[in-house]
Design a protein around this ligand. Structure first.
Ligand code: HEC
Ligand code: HEC
Length: 334
């Protein structure tokens, strides 16, 4: 073989390895909610978004990036913190949720206060407890960093750094964070089987949990009160947005994909373990005017379960882990 041919083969295989997959919706997922028509994902837009996501210049003192609170190895949450920590180690009031399967999510934040993923980054950038910066100043800082004008040109055809294009790039990165390679997915696709314990947990889960944690995304994206008592900071959730008292203490049903990686749990991170979450559902659900009807049957509150059933449900929840997602090199800081 001539060295020219060899070189060609090698450079081809390298290209194949690095080929950008684009946004691919798994065939067994429902329709997406994101407006891909006005912001189609391109390799250049995605790579710019990834650079912005990991760039601490988005915060006031250049210390915190989006990736500081959304850490890939914890499925893009902040592991080991009940509440998120921002600039000057200020404490936020909520637990950082995963950046995962957001192309399917109709409303963002625990209270659904943001309706467009392209607007979401304004919240952390400008929030006092998070990045404490102004969007205008971020744009100014980016203009002064030599790499960015060229990256914006490649992605959007103009070197001008605009807020809209910065947000579009961040969205392109975030919608690419698709998790669909868990054991649960393989079982659904007839490529694997559950152990008897996982299967028992799955049966219980389908009876008692999928009314809210709907398959296959493991959320129906609704806002519900799951009977945890009000937190210390009195966060009232959805009603803070709608101003409707019927929405008091309702929070967005979180997806349970990768839940073994995303401790602590609930909007304020009050539970450290999955055991504690199941103890809550089994015996600690609190009466409240907006308690979800699915958690009340006659005078019984919650979802009674035995210790064996708890163990089985946890075995099932662990099948929702997607190790490829948390290690996917294209989603990591480069
Ligand atoms: C200081 C920690 C922190 C930083 C920095 C941060 N986030 Fe977040 N993020 C959070 C918390 C906490 C929430 C939930 C807030 C809420 O519900 O009110 C959140 C929510 C989100 C959501 C909504 C997810 C959902 O399930 O509804 C998205 C998207 C997001 N962040 C993207 C970003 C982007 C992009 C950046 C960088 C521009 C960023 N975050 C920076 C902590 C952080
Ligand atoms: C009535 C709807 C509903 C039912 C039924 C329900 N959940 Fe939830 N679940 C929620 C809501 C809402 C939250 C978030 C509440 C909050 O943070 O204030 C949640 C949170 C969770 C969390 C924490 C996830 C995270 O990322 O913080 C886990 C784990 C969980 N549920 C598991 C289960 C299991 C297992 C069952 C069945 C035994 C179940 N849920 C039944 C609505 C429900």
């Amino acid at each position: 073989m001539t060295s020219a041919v060899l070189f060609l083969l090698l450079s081809c295989s390298k290209e194949i390895l690095q080929r950008f997959p684009g946004f691919q919706a798994p065939a067994d997922f429902p329709a997406t909610a994101y407006h891909f028509d006005t912001n189609p994902v391109t390799q250049e837009g995605f790579e710019l978004g990834r650079k912005l996501f990991y760039d601490p210049h988005l915060s006031r003192n250049n210390s915190i990036s989006c990736g500081s609170c959304h850490i890939q190895s914890s499925a893009f949450t902040q592991h080991g913190h009940d509440l998120s920590h921002g600039v000057d180690d200020r404490l936020g009031k909520r637990n950082s949720p995963p950046i995962m399967n957001l192309a399917w999510m109709p409303l963002f934040l625990w209270d659904g206060g943001v309706f467009d993923l392209d607007l979401q980054p304004v919240v952390p950038i400008t929030s006092h407890e998070e990045m404490d910066e102004s969007v205008g100043n971020v744009i100014k800082k980016l203009q002064g960093i030599p790499a960015y004008p060229e990256l914006f040109r490649k992605a959007f055809g103009s070197e001008e750094i605009t807020t809209a294009n910065m947000m579009k790039a961040l969205s392109q990165f975030m919608v690419m964070c698709v998790s669909d390679q868990s054991k649960y997915d393989s079982v659904r696709r007839n490529q694997a089987t559950f152990t008897p314990e996982e299967q028992a947990g799955y049966s219980f889960f389908r009876q008692s949990c999928t009314g809210c944690h709907k398959e296959p995304l493991l959320t129906d994206f609704s806002f519900r009160n799951n009977g945890i008592r009000a937190g210390l900071n009195g966060d009232r959730g959805r009603s803070g947005i709608t101003l409707n008292p019927d929405d008091d203490f309702r929070f967005k049903v979180p997806s349970l994909r990768n839940v073994a990686y995303t401790a602590p749990y609930m909007h304020d991170g009050r539970f450290i373990t999955l055991d504690a979450v199941l103890d809550h559902y089994a015996a600690k659900v609190q009466e409240a005017p907006t308690l979800d009807p699915l958690l009340r049957s006659g005078t019984t509150l919650g979802i009674p379960m035995t210790d064996v059933q708890k163990t089985q449900v946890i075995a099932f929840l662990k099948t929702l882990s997607d190790p490829q997602f948390i290690k996917n090199p294209i989603l990591a800081e480069q």
